[in-house]
Ligand binder design. Structure first.
Ligand code: NAD
Length: 496
């Protein structure tokens, strides 16, 4: 690790086998959010660097796309072993550049490794279909082929998991890849690529470029890129989808969210409170599957409110690098902190009651926010509608389950929704009527693992085929159908 490129002050790009600091005029700063210290300088690349990495990916595609699937899988097995060996090191890196707690960082790495495990099954996953004798003397066979150079653009909140949602599946399918990690958390991505090379991935199959809007736009418009995978905010997801499609690429673009948790009066209080606290305040609320609105049916919220408030006030908010006991870390940067504090002030101004988060100590250095809990909000208030992406939970009281579902379905987003109940009938109604792509029944964060696709709806996803799972395989391959006729007349012509 000491020789790792992660330890350089200026974060290098990866073009083929070369780690290099590009000749750019602008650099951004990556911080340790727990202390506010700058930990790395990130080159803000542009079209020239994008072309450099795309050309290396394009060249590598010639050989990699012809490499037998079991050989690609063998490298992924070796990669999985490398990731397991570096598990704690990666978790440390994530805590340092993202600020999440040690346990949360471990979860980030574990969920990413699960995608690599799934990708190891590529020899089976990418098989086509056959129908012999679909007409007289005619057999039909489909095959899935790689599509070329694919690019991935990722957010700050899961520095390991989200890049690993993308490139292991893309390269397992025989594509080559350009990763553009969030400029706020570039180090984990660089280490993931370094480990892939150590596992035997040929040079050029995985490349990395850094930066913000300019580099993204250069990727979206580059003629040699076939597909774009994006995860981030809805505003940027829509831009990526529209621009990528206009330039003839297939695009999967996952966006933001405002996820609802509904509590029925028959819900078991202890596990429900634990699940709510985890869903709303885990990763300091910086999860696209975070629960950020809590709807109690009849008196359900009133039953749990005091204990929930005590649990929220009791969370130890601290520097996650130096204090392994911290239960909630900082948010990513000063801009995020100020935006979240402003949303809290606006919630108070709109008439909702702030029952947690008004006071209480947070560390002076770094980018900390006290976990906030609102009661007596209305469904049309901005704190109940807009993504805050911080440790803020808003409680509403609904007359019945129909009303709670109707409120939830007003959202323009459609990532996740959760019901806590002891009733199969309520669970069935919720599952059928809720308009979003990932549903939890007595599960606080219904984020699917690698064998399922991450199925956002509405303005939480732009495109057709979602990331990971079988849709991920379909996204990174295109289908060829071969119809073959071999019949007796041909045999007679040959004189057999
Ligand atoms: P973001 O949209 O600001 O950034 C995501 C990526 O887009 C980064 O790589 C960034 O460099 C790039 N980018 C930023 N502004 C851009 C612009 N104007 N033009 C082109 N590219 C731009 O998101 P973030 O703050 O890093 O992450 C938080 C967001 O991601 C939240 O909205 C969260 O809900 C969402 N998210 C969604 C999922 C999901 O699966 N739906 C998962 C994780 C995070």
């Amino acid at each position: 690790m000491s020789a790792s490129v992660v330890n350089r002050t200026e974060v290098p790009i990866l073009a083929g086998e070369l780690w290099l600091v590009p000749d750019v005029t602008e650099f951004g700063d990556a911080f340790n959010p727990s202390s506010g210290e700058i930990i790395a300088r990130v080159p803000l690349c542009g079209a020239a660097q994008v072309d450099q990495v795309v050309q290396s990916a394009k060249q590598a595609f010639v050989t990699w796309s012809q490499t037998p699937a079991p050989k690609r899988a063998a490298i992924l097995f070796a990669y999985k072993a490398k990731l397991e060996a570096a598990f704690e090191e990666l978790a440390t890196l994530i805590t340092r550049e993202n600020g999440k707690t040690r346990e949360e960082a471990r979860g980030d790495v574990r969920r990413g490794i699960e995608v690599v495990e799934f990708a190891c099954g590529i020899s089976h996953l990418a098989k086509g279909e056959t129908l012999p004798q679909l007409a007289e003397h005619i057999d039909g066979v489909t095959m899935r082929e790689p599509i070329g150079v694919c690019a991935g653009i990722t957010p700050f909140n899961f520095p390991a998991m989200v890049p690993l949602w993308m490139f292991p599946l893309a390269i397992a399918c025989g594509n080559t890849f350009v990763l553009k990690p969030s400029e706020k958390v570039p180090l984990t991505a660089v280490r993931l690529a370094e480990l892939a090379l150590e596992a035997g991935l040929p040079a050029g199959v995985l490349n990395i470029v850094h930066g913000g809007r300019d580099v993204v736009d250069a990727l979206l418009t580059h003629p040699d890129i076939a597909a774009i995978s994006f995860v981030g905010s809805t505003r940027v997801a829509e831009h990526v989808y529209v621009t990528g499609c206009r330039h003839g690429k297939r695009v999967q673009a996952a966006g933001g969210a405002k996820n609802v948790m509904v509590v029925m009066p028959d819900a078991d209080p202890d596990p429900t409170i634990r699940a709510i606290v985890g869903a709303a305040y885990g990763c300091a609320g910086q999860r696209c599957m975070a629960g950020s609105v809590l709807m109690g049916v009849t008196d359900a919220v009133i039953r749990v409110r005091d204990r929930l408030a005590a649990a929220v006030d009791g969370l130890l908010v601290d520097d996650t690098v130096s204090n392994p006991s911290a239960q909630m870390g900082p948010v990513i940067d000063a801009t995020a902190r100020d935006r979240i504090l402003k949303s809290i002030q606006e919630g108070v101004a709109s008439g909702a009651k702030l029952i947690c988060g008004a006071g209480g100590a947070v560390p002076e250095r770094g980018f900390f926010v006290r976990p906030a809990l609102f009661d007596d909000a209305h469904p049309e208030m901005p704190i109940a509608q807009e993504e805050i992406f911080g440790p803020v939970l808003t409680m509403l009281h609904s007359a019945n389950l129909d009303e709670a579902i109707a409120w939830a379905n007003r959202s323009s987003y459609g990532n996740g929704a959760v019901l806590f109940t002891d009733s199969g009938a309520a669970a069935r109604q919720f599952t059928r009527d809720i308009r979003c792509g990932m549903v939890g029944i007595n599960v606080g964060v219904p984020a699917p693992s690698a064998m399922f696709s991450f199925s956002g709806w509405n303005r939480s996803f732009f495109g057709d085929l979602h990331v990971q799972g079988l849709e991920g395989i379909f996204f990174y391959t295109r289908q060829k159908i071969v119809l073959s006729r071999w019949d007796d007349s041909y045999r007679r012509v040959q004189g057999w």
